[in-house]
Design a protein around this ligand. Sequence first.
Ligand code: GCB
Length: 618
Amino acid sequence: MLKPRPTTTRELVNLDGLWRFAVADADVREPWTGTLETQLEAPVPASYNDLFTDQKIRDHVGWVWYQRTVRVPRGWAGERVLLRLDAATHEGKVYVDDVLVARHVGGYTPFEADITDHVTPGGEFRLTVGVNNELTSETIPPGSITATRDGRRQQTYLHDFYNYAGLARSVWLYSKPRRHISDITIVTGVIGQTGIVDYSVTASHETGVRVCAIDAAGHEVATAHGSSGTLAIDSVNLWQPGAAYLYDLVVELVEGNEVIDSYTEPFGVRTLEVRGTEFLINGKPFYFTGFGKHEDTAVRGKGHDNAYLVHDFQLLDWVGANSFRTSHYPYAEEVLEFADRHGIVVVDETAAVGLNLGVQGGLTGIGPKPTFSPETFNHETQAAHAQHLREVIARDKNHPSVVMWSIANEPASNEEGAREFFEPLVKLARELDPTRPLTYAAVMFATFQNDKIADLFDVLSINRYYGWYVFTGDLATAEQYLEADLRGWVEAFGKPVMMSEYGADTMPGQHSVWDMPWSEEYQQSYLTMNHRVFDRIDAFIGEHVWNFADFQTSNGIHRVDGNRKGIFTRDRKPKAAAHTLRARWTGLAGTKPSANQTAAPDNEKTTTSSVHALEGAK
Ligand code: GCB
């Protein structure tokens, strides 16, 4: 699915700003008509939950309405006019005046409506978007709705991050020609010094297709004709982690000398391969350093924010991270474009978080109900997961920064039915994108002995909290269990293994000379213990700390104003552990750390706590 862009044949109007906003009553009018009678306004993009002081809005379960007036540029006569919503979390209904023009389920992927027949160039229309935040067993992520004794509806879900909702990403109005380019797929390879670019273009009508690759200096470096084919770029500049290089693919639909439609898709030339226990980018073993992140900031919730985007990437660079996972849903496209331009490697995760009823089932990880059954997560859930996978891959397939798909976080891969649920999804993902390795993040209860799906995947991503949720405060025991666990996966499957989550909640300003959970020193010691283990395992290909920053969660006795496992606070101040990571990661350039590489960078201020960490914390 192409991102709307202005080109010589297409125009784009951004509809972000303050929209009229109202929470729907239980007796919501369907279909929606009329002007919203409300005193409230809400910004787009932003989640609506934390904007207002009214708790009823924060806790609302169901529909809310956003509305604004839009004028269609008068020069668009004869063109197709489209609306594009980058996300409506978790379901969106779009009305142009009184007409329903689009409905979409899935809160983290874009959708469009062709509204040409409902609007007049030069004229105005009333745009209303209904957004519903309900999660059920037929949505990804899943959840369920219960009723309180006094009749209020409550949303429960199986992930800890807060269920922010609304229009958290941009809304666009754009034009494209009646005969237009519909999609472009780019797959790259390298032979010697030559970049090989396979492209395929789909269009609304059959016409001539001309493509041209332009380098970063604006020079044409290769051209071809036809709706699919191969371009060869001599002396190619590779897209590399930490050293991004992007080309533009300019695609034109042509008839004689006339250009009917034109679209420019940036791309990078790079290769990916899993060989034995190595993850190769451009033929070189790559070691992941970085984080699981969240789209989460105060007040905006999951609203995309370019200031935080820039600052977060600055902090990734400062701390020596080369990568992150889009835990636990695909992030705004602006994030991936930024990663493309700045050479940060991305593990792109679907929103399939919480397909696991065992997480609430105590230490056994087996819940009171089986996760996969006709009454719990079933064919409908699987169909929603498949549809989501199609949308994520369609949106993100051309990003060079995306090196792997993570198709779920912590599913009940240890339970009966997991293989039947996931095998068709793995097959689908491989059909949709044969070029990228696949992974999923394995929950603590899924061990190398009882996991039923690991062999289907290319990379084993392991979430483990030894020293936090188990053996709390006892890092010596934690170290032994962690090592045995990781070695078990390596030996059982012979695949590359990475740590996709390890972390400890930490209150900034809490200090201790002992191994005291929640203190800044404990977070450092906990990480250092994990790193000792990682460095002893050859098949180990990377470490993603949980989490980049503190983030908001649903109410729960484990959390004080959110999950505090951030290396940075929610407002992006470093905790002491940030210095520990910086000392380990800086200068690695994608190579595996070894014991003698853990010296502090020259410009690091040596704090008591960083000395403590560097000495091995014991
Ligand atoms: C996990 C989940 C993540 C949680 C984390 C935690 O295993 O994947 O979403 O936030 O644990 O901190 O408990």
